[in-house]
Each structure stands twice: as structure tokens, then as C-alpha cells.
Design a protein around this ligand. Sequence first.
Ligand code: FES
Length: 117
Amino acid sequence: MSFTRVASLSDLPTGALLAVVTPSGERICLVNRNGEVSALSDVCPHQAFPISAGQLLDDGSVECVWHGARFDCRSGALRQGPATDDLPAYEVRVEGEEIHVNVGAGDNRGAPDGAGW
Ligand code: FES
């Protein structure tokens, strides 16, 4: 496990998506859904568009703005094509105002709803 600070809570208002890059170069999309922070890969598995350029929908899906693929904002599980793969999800810890992401996992381990276990 390797938790890395990637942002502050003040950078991520409710309903927002935020692109961050870890010191090791991983592109991550932070999500704030009703105050719950999650972290997904920021690279759409369809054609690599940034997920953070999309939007968070009311049903808890993150929608890629390019071709409309949708993923669960917590687990990264695919909900709608044209993508055919899940988004990797990262474990998140919020300590005070700071958001930390486990960049040592890089898959669905630790995803809040257990997808990929
Ligand atoms: S690049 Fe995301 S749906 Fe095509």
C-alpha cells in the first residue's frame, strides 16, 4: 500500500470531478458524490479520453463526455458502453482536509462496494 496526498477537500466540491496526477504519473479522477470521495482512473478504457472532463450523474454514474460510456463512481464498474472494461478504482482516505489515494493498488481492491473482489 502506498497512500499519496493528491488534493484538498476544498478542491473538490460536491458533485465535482477533479483530475489529479500522482508523483508516479498516474492520472486519477477524484469524485465527490454527496460528500463521499472516490478515485478512479482518469483514462477512459474506450479511447483514453479524460474521465474528469465528463460529469457525475444523479444515479452515481460518471459519464465520459466523448462517447457516453458510464461507470459506477465508486467502484468503476462499467454501466454503459461503448467501453467494454471497468475503470480501475483506487482506495481513498480523507484525513482532515487532505485526500489521499492508494496508488499501490491500481485496481478495484478496496473499492467501496467490493466490485472486482
Ligand atoms: S473515450 Fe470514453 S466513451 Fe469513448
